[in-house]
Design a protein around this ligand. Structure first.
Ligand code: XMP
Length: 578
């Protein structure tokens, strides 16, 4: 059983709120995420409330809000980014559009405030900002505690009432002292006690599985990812291999060798559905539609397998590797429209849940916590330390285009008319890419801030055709292009594994874009990134020798006209291209 949450994070927009709750748990304090509009009466047992950041402006129609009665509970409240603006507005202050946006690193000047939240933190420090709106006037009873060159109210406080807020994101790793702010809030302001430690949990989880499953058996869809593998292994330990069965669906969107890798986990069968996915995706170019179709087809395959193997008669229940963020993102909060329904929460599954026929041993854990459980039960590092790989697979690393289109020369390079996904101020953007001629991160960052309508910058490593002679071609997801990408990805994985470079980066997507010539229609983009949690990421430059070895091999793949390097940090570019 989990303890009662001491800190509740109110979700004002879904992107960073989980990070806040996870960071609080890392401090040893159990925290949960709730919908921002949760009635105050349901929050009165919390020791502290955090209002998260979010993509809206407080003046947007239907923008998330909180029950104003939370400010009368006598419970301390901390607002972060949008949360600060919402507090300012609801408590009688003023919010306005900033003269310019502030995205990325900033220098905070924090007053020498003798206050529990800011204890030991006064002075100059690096913080991470992502906002356009600012607090113009603080509410009565508040004083301004910190500022940056762009933001006059970077932190404000009304200590007598236990109300605090910051414009910067203290939950991301780039805010170098963020953890101290959270620790001060949890322990000094809210008086929380340590009640959460994810170590030594496996025996408890196994007992919970036995209680939930009873005398029945468990059936799993295993993806090869960390979550479903740990859940599958826990159930196998709890019930014995005879009572647990797994199926792995080959969607045709998997990496080279993946099916064999998963097969080695044992105790499972492989369902081939490559044709079904490719047929459904034929001719589709829009990134969101691709995602949607893949989700739908996956549910169809699941239903077909369950039906055909009569796996859900009264002797069987379904096991899932659902983790905490999956349950919240599909939880029907006011922001649900913004967030994809996770395939572990579609209608058919909800019905099984209502009938008590689902077991989800990891549903209150975050990814890092799942890895800790995996280590506790001695799962191989080869599995637990895998780079994250997106559920929709290679489909979101294989860019499509509706039209043939030439590159557009500019003073800085060439505008490549494909639409890659980016994230600016918490919301997603689809914009073209700028190709420059040098592998220069500083220049890339400068240009991306200066040129509107571009969210990513690439530079060639090596090409068969001069970049200026390339063009973007209309194309969708075909078996041929997926195979090309699979080969390219396989080469990069092999070479980075041999050189140990895979341990130096957090993730290394290899992307196929429809940029090339009539003979060789595609190019490969290398996207090694450093990150802590995937929420923000730095593009990193690998050594020239490895880069050249990789590009030489990639240019031997049939149909590849060039190899490019993605120089974009996140934000403004997401890790995946979609
Ligand atoms: P982005 O592209 O949003 O990705 O910067 C952040 C992290 O999330 C992974 N990702 C996914 N993982 N299903 C997943 O299981 C998905 O649909 C999905 N989309 C993105 C991505 O690989 C990166 O680690």
């Amino acid at each position: 059983m989990n303890p009662t949450a001491q800190i509740i994070v109110l979700d004002a927009g879904g992107q960073y709120c989980h990070l806040i709750a996870r960071k609080v748990r890392d401090l040893g304090v159990y925290a949960e995420v709730c919908a921002s509009e949760t009635p105050a009466a349901e929050l009165s047992s919390a020791k502290g409330i955090v209002i998260s950041g979010g993509p809206s402006s407080v003046y947007d129609p239907d923008s998330p809000t909180v029950d104003p009665a939370i400010f009368s509970l006598g419970v301390p409240v901390l607002g972060i980014c949008y949360g600060q603006q919402l507090m300012a507005l609801l408590l009688g202050g003023e919010v306005r559009k900033g003269v310019k946006g502030e995205y990325g690193l900033a220098t905070l000047e924090l007053d020498d405030a003798a206050d529990p939240l800011f204890a030991g933190l006064a002075g100059t420090q690096q913080v991470w900002m992502s906002h356009r709106d600012v607090v113009g006037r603080v509410p009565e009873g508040f004083s301004v505690i910190g500022r940056t060159s762009t933001c006059a109210v970077a932190a404000m406080a009304a200590p007598a009432r236990g109300f605090y807020s910051v414009q910067f994101h203290l939950e991301v790793v780039h805010t170098t002292r963020g953890k101290e702010y959270l620790a001060n809030f949890a322990f000094r302001v809210c008086g929380c006690q340590k009640d959460w430690d994810v170590r030594h949990r496996a025996p408890m989880l196994e007992q919970e599985i036995r209680e939930c499953v009873g005398t029945r058996n468990v059936f799993f869809f295993v993806s090869g990812g960390v979550d479903s593998s740990v859940a599958f292994a826990l159930c196998t330990r709890a019930l014995g291999a005879d009572r647990v069965r797994g199926v792995y669906v080959d969607t045709g969107l998997m990496r080279e060798g993946e099916t064999d890798f998963v097969r080695r986990m044992g105790n499972l069968t492989v369902e081939h559905a490559e044709e079904q996915f490719l047929t459904a995706l034929a001719g589709v170019t829009d990134p969101e539609r691709k995602r949607h179709i893949i989700g739908e087809e996956f549910v169809r395959v699941q239903e077909r397998i369950i039906e055909s193997r009569r796996l859900l008669d009264e002797n069987w229940i379904l096991g899932q590797g659902t983790i905490y963020p999956d349950t919240i993102e599909s939880g029907g909060t006011a922001k649900a429209a913004l967030i994809k329904t996770h395939h572990n929460r579609v209608a058919g599954i909800q019905k099984l849940m209502a009938a008590g026929r689902i077991v989800e041993p990891l549903k209150s854990f975050y990814k890092d916590e799942v890895r800790a459980v995996g280590r506790e039960i001695s799962l191989a590092g080869e599995l637990l330390d895998r780079h994250p790989f997106p559920g929709p697979g290679l489909a979101i690393r294989c860019l499509c285009s509706e039209f043939d289109a030439p590159l557009r020369p500019t003073a800085e390079g060439f505008i490549v008319p494909v639409h890659s996904v980016g994230v600016q101020g918490d919301s997603r953007t689809y914009a073209p890419v700028l190709a420059i001629d040098a592998l220069d991160h500083a220049r890339a960052t400068e240009l991306i801030n200066a040129i509107s309508g571009v969210n990513r910058v690439i530079a060639p490593v090596e090409t068969r055709v001069p970049v200026g002679n390339m063009q973007v071609r209309a194309c969708s997801l075909t078996a041929e292009r997926l195979e090309r990408l699979r080969k390219a990805d396989g080469i990069v994985r092999r070479l980075t594994h041999e050189t140990g470079y895979d341990h130096e980066v957090w993730q290394f997507p290899v992307i196929l874009i429809p940029l090339g010539s009539a003979e060789s229609p595609d190019s490969v983009v290398l996207r090694p990134v450093d990150s802590v949690d995937g929420m923000t990421a730095q593009s990193v430059l690998m050594k020239a020798e490895l880069r050249e070895r990789i590009s030489t091999e990639l240019l031997h793949v049939a149909g590849v006209a060039g190899v490019f390097y993605d120089l974009t940090h996140k934000p403004p570019g997401t890790i995946e291209w979609e």
